[in-house]
Design a binder for this molecule. Structure first.
Ligand code: HEC
Ligand code: HEC
Length: 304
């Protein structure tokens, strides 16, 4: 028998294993969390190579004609509760969820926000612009009140996001993922979730999910449930949305593979279990819920 006949199937087998190793692996490829450069993608033609987005240094804000406005927006996103108490019901800042000031992959970055809106959102069933999207987070994630479109505060937050977009044309997107992937076919086990919570989360977020404030009342660790948390209309109140955040961002400040960073230690099942546990704890209602998902398409983890 010709030797190459035997070799051929062996090589095919190796190739098949390699292919399995790549496609059958459930772990997503690692994402460089502290990247400062990302590819740009043409949204009309994804194959077109159009260069790189470089994350700007905050010092470069000083070169902008509206530097004061951009810095004000940056402060508002960091210290929302303290600076805009009348619009924020929760003990939460925007950047309690938009990690590292909206500059980190899988941590709900703001980098594409200026160019992503207006767009039709399934939740509202209509076109929402950036101001509307920001107010969605005020009313749900911050359990607060919308901020007037023409206010200095709203204009400043939008200016910060516009600066972060660095003149990226409307038909281009920065290749940065807003959220990581999570296996939504997993069924949550809240008993396990409770154990994970008290082992890995309660040290910062509190035995009753209440978070922690400093002596001035500023937020050190944001609450995960209760009167001062986000309401049931927030994305974070949905098990799988929360799990996609938790898996890649929490617990925060732990050492993973020799690097101080956040998250990426829980399995998908852990993240789903602990998220179901805290997301379904008591929290404020959202009166506007009756208008959500008017055209159907309600996700299976919606709370109402
Ligand atoms: C409790 C967590 C939480 C808080 C607090 C929060 N957000 Fe969000 N925000 C989210 C989540 C989750 C999304 C949806 C991301 C997605 O679509 O995957 C989001 C989406 C957004 C988007 C759209 C991002 C995009 O490019 O599509 C903007 C802009 C935004 N938030 C701004 C704000 C502002 C401004 C505040 C403060 C007033 C705020 N958020 C507070 C969780 C939060
Ligand atoms: C070492 C402290 C620490 C630990 C431990 C920790 N977190 Fe957090 N968590 C934070 C901080 C701080 C923030 C706010 C984000 C920021 O400041 O960058 C946050 C934000 C959050 C948020 C979004 C804001 C909110 O209040 O809803 C969720 C959800 C969350 N954490 C869930 C968890 C879960 C689940 C665990 C356990 C698996 C966990 N965290 C463990 C410190 C921690």
């Amino acid at each position: 028998m010709n030797k190459s006949f035997i070799k051929l199937p062996a090589a095919a087998l190796v190739l098949a294993f390699l292919a399995l190793g790549i496609s059958g692996c459930s772990d997503p490829k690692p994402v460089e969390r502290n990247a400062t450069q990302f590819d740009l993608v043409n949204t009309d033609d994804a194959n077109q190579d159009i260069g790189t987005y470089v994350l700007p240094q905050d010092t470069s804000i000083l070169n902008e004609p509206n530097a004061d406005q951009i810095f004000y927006g940056k402060r508002l996103l960091n210290e929302t509760k303290r600076l805009m108490p009348e619009h924020v019901g929760a003990a939460m800042n925007c950047n309690s969820c938009h990690i590292s000031q909206g500059k980190i992959p899988l941590g709900d970055p703001y980098i594409n926000s200026f160019n992503t809106y207006p767009r039709v959102m399934p939740r509202s069933g209509k076109e929402i612009d950036l101001v509307g999207r920001i107010n969605g987070c005020f009313q749900r994630s911050m359990n607060g009140k919308p901020v007037p479109r023409e206010s200095e505060e709203m204009k400043a937050m939008v200016a910060y996001m516009e600066w972060l977009a660095q003149n990226t044309p409307k038909n281009q997107k920065v290749a940065i993922e807003n959220a990581g992937s999570i296996d939504t076919s997993l069924v949550a086990d809240t008993v396990r979730g409770e154990k994970i919570y008290y082992a890995q989360c309660a040290a910062c977020h509190g035995d009753n999910g209440e978070g922690l404030k400093d002596s001035r009342g500023d937020i050190v660790f944001p609450p995960l449930w209760g009167d001062e948390s986000f309401n049931i209309g927030a994305g974070m109140a949905r098990t799988y949305k929360a799990a996609a955040f938790v898996k890649y961002n929490m617990p925060m400040g732990i050492q993973t593979k020799g690097l101080w960073g956040h998250g990426n230690v829980l399995s998908d099942q852990d993240a789903v279990d602990v998220s179901e546990f805290f997301a379904h704890k008591p929290r404020p209602d959202f009166p506007g819920k009756v208008n959500d998902w008017p055209t159907g398409k309600k996700p299976k983890d919606a709370r109402y």
